[in-house]
Design a protein around this ligand. Sequence first.
Ligand code: NIG
Ligand code: FE
Length: 427
Amino acid sequence: MRSADLVVAGARELLTCAGPLPKRGRALADVGLVENGWVASSEGVIVYAGDEAGFLEEVRPGPGATTVDARDMVALPGFVDAHTHLPFAGDRAREFGLRVQGWTYRQLAERGMGILTTVKATRAASLDDLVALTLKRLDRMLLHGTTTAEAKSGYGLNLEDEMKQLEALRDAAALHPVDIVPTFMGAHEVPPEYRDRRWDYIALLVDTVIPEVGRSGLAEFFDVFCEPGVFSAEETRRLIAAARAAGFGIKVHADEFVSQGGAELAAEVGAVSAEHLIAVSDEGIARLAASETAAILLPGVSFFLMMDKRAPARRLVEAGAAVALATDFNPGSSHLFSMPFVLQLGVFTLGLTVGEAVNACTGNAAYAIRRHATVGSLEAGKRMDLVLCDVPDHVSLAYEAARNPVRTVIKNGRIVVADGRRASTPL
Ligand code: NIG
Ligand code: FE
């Protein structure tokens, strides 16, 4: 008998998403469905997930244990958002207005808008401003079922302002239930003051900023925007070598608009993930499939930039790549933070099945930020991060399109969203 202090009782469908991670190929469709499913935890750690008979046999709720009635709900692991640009200031609504009139994202960038608009606003913001903005966004994400989020800097583009963004993530994480996995992205763009001497910016990153941020311990991963017109493949290699030496895990913004072999490079250097991949080549697909590098797809970008082109999700799945989905939440190319919506975009715009999209938003997403030992599926020994959705079955997570079905969120065994609202339990 195992004792429990929290029991989620009798979910109409429980999606454990259990099994070895990452899920590749046909395994991606397997959500580990249990009808009338029960999950129990003790001190934030799952002690049981399965059917009712097994629960009655194996679990004894302790005195004062909390029971959550899940009868009309679908229960699944808390969403893992594996790619966000969370700590930015300002907005780009005016530029969005121009895009709606026909300007492209690239045209805006070439005229000094785009990412650089957000760099100006973020440099001007105080640490307190960024913490407050980050907390507000984390609240919204939590209400949509996100319990773990990767978050990138990359709107400071100098040591001080990159550190400020990472400090904002550290401070916000200490005040909020969502777990944050911080990524340093000083190689998001060349800042305006280095426009005509980009090699000097790369040298500054390599010689000073990357080692300093590495020493600060404020970020776990390093990310670089490997794209023609931003950082070339050769520059990307040099930056990655410096980041490796400073102790970072590696992530790559690869093949977002035009391929310059970013996916191939990510696989070759053993990156944790290659992200975007709208323009990935056939060779890139094959190399990712044969590697440990996760393919994080961001369908919000094609949607938000109104592009016909989309990442070749089906081909990546069928080749055997470790496919994950994420929001890419940022003010320019994907101003959205809802993982249920991303799951729906995965189905409606990338051709994934609902089961594949669920695993891509949970277990494989956890793998893509190397948190799969503790989150991403509902299995004994993992953290009790669970969402309850008021849909009749898991297919309706997509079928009830454009809706946030999340009613209850449990993070580390604590109820942090109840009845669709933030619960007031202290941290
Ligand atoms: O992931 N690709 C580069 N970075 C972001 C966009 C950032 C921005 O437009 O502010 C992205 O799409
Ligand atoms: Fe991004």
